[in-house]
Structures are given as C-alpha cells and as structure tokens.
Write a protein that binds this ligand. Structure first.
Ligand SMILES: Cc1ncc(COP(=O)(O)O)c(C=O)c1O
Length: 387
C-alpha cells in the first residue's frame, strides 16, 4: 500500500487501523489494541457506538448538508442543548478545534473593536496549545509549533501559566481577551489553579475583556462535568470545543454569553460546513449519551479507581514522578523519555500518547469498562517492570 501520496506532517506509527469497537481497535492484521488515545480525546463514547451509528444512518437519509443561508433542525437543537447545559447563550458551529479557537479570537477582536480602535490585544499562556491555523498558532505558547511559520498574528502577549502576578502586570484597557486551557493538554496535562482562573475572571471584568476557555481537549465530559469550567468554578465568556463533541465525527463549536456573542453581525464570520445537519445530529446523540444517560456522571468514579491504581504503580516504580490531570484526562509524569513507555505499550497492544516533554497521556473513552482499564494497567505495569 503506497503511503507516499499523503503529506508528511505526522510522526506516525507504522500501523494501519481497520476497525474498532468500544475501547478496542484492530489493525489490518487483526491485532487488538486497547485505545487509550481515543483519537486524542475524540472518541468520547469509544469506537462504533450504536448511538452515533444510528444518528448517522437516520440523518443521512434525511439531509446531509444545507447552506447556512438557511436553517436546519439538528443545528437549532444542538445549539439549544449546549446553551441549556451551560451558562451561555449562543453558539457558532465549525468543524475542528482550531476553527473553534479562531472563532473565539475573531469574536474577541470584534468585541474590542466595538469599544475602541486600540482594544485588540490578546493574552495567552506559555506552554499552551490552541491549534495549527495561523491565528490559533499565534496564541500557542510553544516555540516548536511556531518557529517555522513566522510572522504570526500581531497583538498577542504570552504570560506564565498559573502566574497571577504576570497576568496582572500585563492586563490593561487594550486587552480584548485572555485565552486559557483549564487543563493544558499538549503542554503536559497541567491543571490551571482555581485561584488563577478566578483572578483571570476578575481582571477580564475589570478591563472589559473576554475570558476564553479552550476546552477543545479538556471539555465534553473529560473532567467529570460536561464543560471543564464547571469543574473549576469560574465561568468564562467564551468556550471553544471540538474533539469529543462529535465522538469521532468532525464538529467544533464556540459557545459564548450574550455580552460576547452579540459582537458578531452577519458577514463577520462563517463556515461552509459548520453546523451541517449530519454533524449536529451526531453531536446531539453524543450529548444524549454523555449527559442524559449519565456517562459524564460516572467519569469521576472511573477516574478515582484508575488514579488509585496508577498511584499504586507510582509507589512501585520510581520512574513515575506524578499522576496529573483530572477525570479521564490523565498524565503520568515520568523521569525517562515518555516515548520509551508509549512505544513499549504500543508493542504490547496499548495505545497511549505523550504530552509535553515528560508526560504519558491517557485519554480513555468516557464510557470505558473496568475490564479495559484493568487490561491497560496490566500492560503498563509489564512495561514499567522491564524498564
Ligand atoms: C486545547 C486544544 N485546542 C485546540 C486544538 C486544535 O484542535 P484541532 O486539531 O481539532 O484543530 C487542540 C488539539 O489538540 C487542543 O488540544
């Protein structure tokens, strides 16, 4: 099978997957893997979930796409559901995390513009990750992602994550937004401190700026609440989401309160595929499973069980320094190259992914079964014991 026709942008394992069910995926030779990457926090219901399959079948027989020149029913219903579950009022739909972030950034610029011609500066966090488009990249606080793509968007300023003083010193009337991941995912599964988020809220109120939470990775149930902000107790003005919302089908969304959302008028922003009925119907089915059928409510319990077992491994294997994260967005901080663990686990049939420079990330489906957690822990222990 020639793979040379695909652009060389990913450091991939030399493996091709063919099918999946629940927490398991199978390669073209039929080998089984426990998938604790979940498409990097995408397969919130695992692989081939019946609710998603049924939504795809049902909606594709009715209407797959219609322009945003017109309304469609799943889009209206999904917006209503997201608003009902949050403190927010209006949604913009797109297809990916980076687009959801771009929407947040553009909304902030427009919000600022309506106040003054100089209110266009955006504060972001060092060590953050917000996506690969040039706007999202400009607020991604990691040199390795930015360095070959200069010049990036102007008017942005990085402050240290969880550093209240640095944030305070950089806030002023020209700031239109502060963007934060409540848990830095790519940066190493690092939680924001509650008082930092609260201070960011207060400063945004004081200087009339929008507080944007990028929940693309940590949202949609990962922390044990539908939205990550609900686990941290600070309500942002804008939430960017994607990944888990479609459970594997591409969809992104930017949810905002009325104060922020009302800055946009027709023509300010758009997205051809955004809010298409098929994607929205799938997202509705995902939310129904996650929220209405109680899967999100079980995340903390599953997490507690899993973290206890990981802490047990920590006490046995000094390679492990810390168990980080929250809910089912977990990181094992190690004092060796995390790739060594990821690669060995891969060989033994467990998919994991690195984060930052010293973390092995675990992102099981939110409905992961205990027996799959057990199997994953067994493989992980086998690997740790041989290192
Ligand atoms: C926090 C965060 N924001 C944005 C993105 C970009 O999402 P996408 O790859 O869907 O564009 C990611 C992807 O990993 C992410 O983790």
């Amino acid at each position: 099978m020639s793979k040379s026709n695909v652009m060389n942008t990913y450091g991939r394992f030399d493996i091709t997957f063919e099918k999946g069910i629940g927490s398991k995926v199978y390669d073209t030779n039929g080998k089984e893997y426990i998938d604790f990457v979940s498409g990097v926090a995408v397969n919130s219901l695992g692989h081939s979930h019946e609710a998603i399959i049924n939504a795809l079948k049902e909606q594709s027989l009715k209407l797959i796409h219609v322009s945003n020149l017109y309304w469609n029913i799943p889009q209206i219903n999904l917006a209503k559901k997201l608003v009902a579950y949050s403190h927010h009022d209006q949604v913009f739909f797109c297809n990916s995390g980076t687009e959801a972030v771009e929407t947040g950034l553009k909304l902030a610029r427009k919000y600022g513009k309506l106040k003054s011609n100089t209110k266009n500066k955006i504060i972001y966090m060092k060590n953050s990750f917000h996506g690969r488009t040039l706007g999202a990249l400009a607020v991604t606080g990691q040199e390795k992602y930015q360095k070959d793509f200069m010049p990036l968007m102007e008017g942005v300023k990085a402050v240290a994550f969880n550093d209240i003083k640095d944030l305070e010193e950089n806030m002023n009337e020209d700031i239109c937004a502060v963007i934060i991941e409540p848990i830095q995912g790519e940066g190493g599964v690092l939680k924001a401190q509650k008082d930092f988020l609260q201070k960011a809220r207060e400063l945004c109120d004081e200087f009339d700026a929008l507080l944007i939470f990028d929940e693309v990775q940590c949202g949609i149930g990962r922390t044990g609440k539908l939205f990550a902000y609900q686990s941290f107790g600070t309500v942002p003005d804008v939430i960017c989401m994607a990944k888990g919302l479609g459970g594997g089908f591409p969809i992104g969304a930017t949810l905002a309160n009325k104060r922020a959302a009302s800055a946009f008028s027709p023509g300010d922003h758009g997205c051809t595929f955004g809010g298409n009925p098929l994607a929205c119907k799938v997202a509705l089915s995902v939310l129904e499973e996650l929220v209405d059928k109680g899967i999100v409510d079980q995340v903390s319990e599953k997490s507690g069980y899993f973290v206890d077992r990981l802490k047990n491994l920590k006490s046995k294997y000094p390679i492990i320094e810390e168990i980080q994260g929250m809910g089912l967005m977990l990181g094992i901080k190690v004092n060796i190259e995390p790739k060594a663990i990821v690669n060995k686990c891969f060989e033994k049939g467990l998919l994991l992914v690195g984060a930052g420079k010293d973390v092995v990330r675990m992102l099981p489906p939110l409905n992961v079964k205990n027996e799959d957690m057990e199997k994953a822990l067994e493989i992980l222990e086998d690997v740790l014991a041989c290192l």
